[in-house]
Design a protein around this ligand. Structure first.
Ligand SMILES: Cc1cc2nc3c(=O)[nH]c(=O)nc-3n(C[C@H](O)[C@H](O)[C@H](O)COP(=O)(O)O)c2cc1C
Length: 382
């Protein structure tokens, strides 16, 4: 099974606990430092987020591709704002600029009001159907040497063509969203399904089997990825002390956000708009599941801890899935329980975006790669 390690590249060094005055809001120097650190520390790919107010992820990816050697991209991209024929050419161009490192993460969007900021008034159901057709069109443009005509439910065009083809023949298509229609539509077009965060193993097994069923029904295979929050320490005690510090920082952050909203009625924090009506994640179907996790046992399985999930509910910060807390080896071992159920992509993130890259690269990623290789060898010899 091919393990893929991903990170998140933001346009500033920020996380859910960074104070509002924590450095420039668009930090070119930091983008370069982070990109090189990901490239040098064993990360395969980075997610670059998109929403209706943040800097453009496509331009950031193009810049980063020029200053890195091997780091690939998962560029979040919202269908519905440009023609899919144009998007196909943009991704083919990025793929060539980066020598085959482009990847598209199709974002259908959770919050109707937030999408309306860019003029999209469709419902989520309509958006998911449109996203599927959008990817079909992009694939047709990437694959065809001849001009393509198309008359679908959402798009109509004649003689569309991209002179550039993807370097490796195709560009990987990632897909997020946990509602039933997200699975049904994703199964028709996507290569990788991105699960938003960890959940208890028993629950994750259910999710994995739902995804696999959806893809099997569509007659396609799927690679599985999950986001993983980690809180590490040199010893287990240090890790738990760090976890408590994160909760304290979330409390502070919640208070800061309340003050900001009371003062201006609006604020932006770590790629989130704080006006609850415009929050990027509002309306996402994963929220109920996270609230149930927040209300459940504090520690489940080997070391899955819901302290940050509870704190994010209690202090009204952006909603956080539970984290793995422990030493790098302990956390890698816990991640292997997800790998064994078929999840091969791990989007790893702590709470110090830049500082954690080297830490994860030094200890966690090598440990995980070693354990995964060992697991694969045992499977091959069985
Ligand atoms: C790894 C990952 C990255 C995501 N990145 C973004 C993003 O950059 N912008 C955004 O608006 N939504 C992002 N999402 C959210 C989803 O793609 C989706 O729009 C949302 O979960 C709502 O879908 P649902 O209600 O079907 O769950 C991301 C989701 C995942 C799993």
């Amino acid at each position: 099974m091919a393990l893929e390690i991903l990170g998140v590249l933001l346009h500033r060094n920020a996380s859910e606990i960074t104070p509002a005055d924590g450095g420039p809001s668009f930090d070119m120097q930091m983008i370069g430092q982070m990109a090189r650190a990901f490239d040098d520390n064993g990360f395969d790919r980075v997610l670059i987020l998109q929403n209706s107010f943040a800097p453009d992820p496509f331009a950031i990816a193009a810049h980063v591709s020029a200053i890195t050697q091997r780091l690939a991209f998962m560029v979040a991209h919202r269908p519905g704002f440009i023609a899919p024929t144009m998007a196909a050419r943009m991704f083919a161009t990025l793929d060539h600029l980066s020598h085959g490192r482009a990847g598209v993460h199709v974002i259908t969007g959770a919050n109707d009001h937030e999408l309306q900021c860019d003029g999209d008034f469709h419902t989520k159901e309509e958006r998911y159907r449109r996203s599927a057709e959008y990817v079909q069109v992009m694939r047709a443009i990437w694959e065809s040497d001849k001009p393509v005509d198309h008359a679908g439910d959402w798009y109509r065009f004649n003689s569309a063509l991209s002179e550039l083809k993807p370097v490796h023949g195709a560009i990987p298509v990632y897909w997020g969203g946990s509602s039933p229609l997200a699975l049904e539509m994703g199964a028709q077009v996507a290569d990788v399904y991105a699960i938003g965060g960890l959940k208890p193993l028993a629950q994750m097994r259910g999710t994995v089997s739902q995804i696999q069923q959806a893809w099997a029904q569509a007659g396609r295979s799927v690679r599985l990825q999950t986001s993983v929050r980690v809180i590490l320490g040199d010893t287990e005690e240090q890790a738990w002390a760090a976890a408590r510090d994160v909760v304290e920082a979330l409390r502070e952050k919640g208070l800061e956000q309340k003050r900001q909203i009371a003062g201006t009625g609006e604020a932006v924090s770590t790629a989130m708009r704080l006006d609850p009506k415009l929050s990027t994640t509002k309306g996402g179907s994963g929220r109920d599941e996270l609230e149930a996790i927040a209300a459940g046992a504090e520690l489940v399985d080997k070391r899955l801890w819901n302290g940050i999930t509870r704190a994010s509910v209690e202090f009204s910060t952006p909603m956080l899935p539970p984290a793995l807390v422990g030493t790098a080896d302990q956390v890698a071992d816990a991640m292997m329980d997800y790998y064994r159920m078929g999840i091969t992509g791990f989007l790893i993130r702590g709470f110090d975006l830049y500082g954690d890259i080297a830490l994860h690269g030094r200890e966690l990623i090598p440990a995980l790669r070693q354990m995964a290789a060992q697991h694969d060898r045992v499977l091959q010899n069985a």
